[in-house]
Design a protein around this ligand. Structure first.
Ligand SMILES: Cc1cc2nc3c(=O)[nH]c(=O)nc-3n(C[C@H](O)[C@H](O)[C@H](O)COP(=O)(O)OP(=O)(O)OC[C@H]3O[C@@H](n4cnc5c(N)ncnc54)[C@H](O)[C@@H]3O)c2cc1C
Length: 383
């Protein structure tokens, strides 16, 4: 297994890094305070091809693979995790439509996402009573002449108020369990779609998270993604890939926390010497770096398997549970190394700490990742 980045992946990393340092860094802390949505920045990211990193060139994507997507996420999250999550979900939506959409759907919706016309893509699966268990969803789609009528509520939808394209999951057959769930492509601003409320979050304040109401939203027959009843399978497939994105987001934030801590520990003096000379601090840095490196390897392995079209569900869950939990530990230790300064807004550590926490919750909690891993272990053992 060779994890060295190829020339194309290296170039994409450099592009994302330059953009993050030049365009995101100056306003990242201000966006966290004001909650301003990074509209201009997302447009620029689309121009760079980063809204469809793993999407075919024919639909405006960079067609660079899952590993390239991971490094883009790491570079963006090192600077601004709010922008990174918007890019992650948008890529996931573009990729899902590219993989399962009709030619017409790809031309119409994927191109709109990759070009930036859609601003971003949203993934509307969760509902107030259906989080870890999406099969408990109540949103329904009823067949009508020439299309479908969607009715229900979706909760926790990242940038659902900004997205020009969203995938919405709904029950099309109440009796069929998860096989009765279908996925629909819905355009932003459609009649009957209402932004009910917005969450006031602990972190990721530069990204919106909203509750959406679907009050008899009418869509055509051509809005269905895949076939009727295939929705649950599509959601699970998308989340496997998405987990590589979220673990990379966590890795990016934790990398920034380690870099800041290493610099601070060499500069800050107590008891007549830089604090890095105190073994307790040096050991913290050693542990943080080791956790980061192990996270990176798990993420790269999952992405490498995805790029080779190998089953990667277990590996993506392992990467997510490990990288996100270690990233939270790393950000916590980074605050400790910064002492009182780490607890203030004069330094970015408290933002990292708040931003990284959600990575253990969305796109499947840590508890759910362990269930996915254990199920796979049992399956493998019974072969
Ligand atoms: C900022 C943010 C953005 C989000 N963006 C999106 C989005 O764009 N689209 C979308 O569809 N959703 C989104 N979500 C929703 C997210 O995926 C859910 O919050 C997550 O799946 C958990 O669901 P829940 O919050 O309802 O928690 P619950 O499912 O109520 O879980 C509560 C606790 O119980 C545990 N638990 C539940 N079931 C089990 C079990 N079987 N075994 C052991 N423990 C269990 C959970 O791990 C958790 O610790 C977002 C959430 C947040 C916070």
């Amino acid at each position: 297994m060779d994890f060295a980045l190829n020339d194309e992946q290296e170039m994409i990393r450099q592009t994302a890094r330059d953009f993050a340092q030049r365009e995101l860094l100056p306003q990242a802390a201000a966006r966290d305070l004001s909650g301003e949505f990074p509209l201009k920045e997302l447009g620029a990211l689309a121009e760079l091809g980063l809204m469809g990193v793993n999407v075919p060139d024919a639909y405006g994507g960079a067609e660079a693979g899952a590993l390239a997507f991971s490094v883009v996420m790491q570079e963006l999250a090192k600077v601004d995790a709010s922008v990174a999550v918007t890019v992650s979900v948008t890529n996931m939506v573009a990729e899902l439509i590219s993989a399962y959409g009709t030619d017409e759907q790809k031309k119409r919706h994927v191109s709109k996402i990759t070009s930036g016309e859609a601003v971003c893509g949203a993934f509307a699966l969760s509902e107030p009573q259906a989080g870890s268990d999406p099969s408990a969803m109540r949103t329904s789609a009823t067949k009508i002449d020439g299309g479908w009528r969607i009715k229900g509520d979706k909760q926790w939808i990242s940038h659902g108020d900004k997205a020009g394209v969203m995938i919405v999951w709904a029950i099309t057959d109440k009796e069929a369990g998860t096989r009765g769930i279908s996925a629909f492509i819905v355009e932003g601003g459609v009649k009957g779609l209402e932004v009910v409320s917005a969450e006031h979050k602990m972190g990721l304040r530069g990204s919106t998270t909203v509750q959406l109401g679907f009050e008899d939203v009418l869509v055509g027959e051509d809005a269905m993604l895949g076939t009727e009843g295939m929705g649950f399978k599509l959601a699970m497939a998308a989340l496997d890939g998405g987990r590589i994105g979220i673990s990379s987001q966590a890795l990016g934030v934790a990398t920034a926390a380690l870099e800041a801590s290493l610099a601070y520990a060499q500069e800050r003096e107590q008891f007549g010497q830089p604090i890095i000379r105190h073994q307790a601090i040096a050991n913290k840095l050693a542990d943080m770096a080791t956790k980061l490196e192990a996270s990176k390897l798990l993420i790269m392995r999952a992405a490498w398997m995805k790029d080779r079209k190998l089953p990667f569900s277990k590996e993506a869950s392992m990467a997510k549970v490990f990288a996100t939990e270690k990233a939270c530990e790393i950000c916590d230790e980074a605050i400790q190394i910064h002492g009182g300064n780490g607890y203030t807004q004069d330094f970015p550590l408290e933002r990292f700490y708040r931003d990284v926490r959600v990575t253990r919750i969305y796109e499947g909690t840590s508890e759910i990742q362990r269930i996915v891993i254990a199920r796979q272990l049992i399956k493998e053992a019974s072969k």
